[in-house]
Design a protein around this ligand. Structure first.
Ligand SMILES: CC(C)(COP(=O)(O)OP(=O)(O)OC[C@H]1O[C@@H](n2cnc3c(N)ncnc32)[C@H](O)[C@@H]1OP(=O)(O)O)[C@@H](O)C(=O)NCCC(=O)NCCS
Length: 197
């Protein structure tokens, strides 16, 4: 079993945290690459997330967009609990993708844009928050970028999303721009050069 805080990968992962109040929480998650037959399950998880998050912070993908992700061989990473329910999700999009504009927003030139992957969706069921799942997924994104020979990683985050923003900054993402995205949502555009890690 992989222990949180050590190497990252797929399979069984132990999340073990102690809150400042001294309460210890342990969770065994199963980190997998989703397969196409899970599209409905992923979509349902996103819909569930919309119910529990501030609408401003989370942007999921619809069924057609998810199909597109699978066609493009993007990495859709899920974390399941022992009851086989999705509790965490990350969509890692390889270049060139329809979010390429983010790399342009960050001031990258055409050549660099083609070496940019995007962490497009990140979400954790509220019952499982604070266990370090997002931190783990961001470390996994770094690994996927290296495996896919991407030099840069881009993401968007609401300036009000303090936990997510703090986790990205901790992984050496930098705020490169602030723009309106997804119709009407204010977003920081974040960029990381994976080669600097
Ligand atoms: C943002 C989000 C992905 C964070 O996921 P997570 O797995 O709970 O985050 P982590 O446990 O890895 O976060 C680590 C840090 O944030 C803190 N944290 C995260 N969520 C917290 C919460 N709800 N309450 C208190 N602290 C929280 C942790 O305590 C920890 O900080 P510490 O080490 O200083 O104690 C999750 O809250 C979420 O899904 N939110 C809704 C969707 C969303 O905003 N997605 C991100 C889009 S960019």
């Amino acid at each position: 079993m992989i222990e949180r805080g050590k190497e990252v990968g797929f399979g069984e992962v132990l999340f073990d945290v102690e809150s400042p109040g001294g309460i210890r929480r342990i969770f065994v998650g199963f980190v997998e690459k989703a397969t196409e037959d899970m599209i409905q399950e992923i979509y349902d998880f996103e819909q569930f997330m919309y119910k529990s998050v501030d609408e401003d912070t989370f942007q999921g993908r619809d069924i057609e967009e998810l199909k597109e992700n699978f066609k493009r061989n993007d990495d859709i990473v899920i974390i399941k609990n022992k009851h086989n329910n999705i509790v965490g999700l990350m969509i890692f999009m390889n270049p060139p993708d329809d979010y390429y504009q983010l790399a342009v927003d960050c001031g990258l030139d055409k050549k660099a844009v083609e070496k940019t992957s995007v962490v497009a969706v990140l979400a954790v069921n509220d019952y499982f928050r604070g266990l370090g799942i997002q931190r783990y997924l961001l470390r996994l994104a770094d690994r996927l970028a290296k495996e896919n020979k991407s030099q840069y990683l881009c993401a968007t985050v609401s300036p009000n999303n303090k936990y997510s923003l703090a986790n990205f900054l901790e992984r050496n993402y930098e705020i490169k721009a602030e723009k309106i995205k997804y119709g009407n949502k204010n977003r920081y555009i974040l960029l990381k050069n994976v080669e600097n890690d």
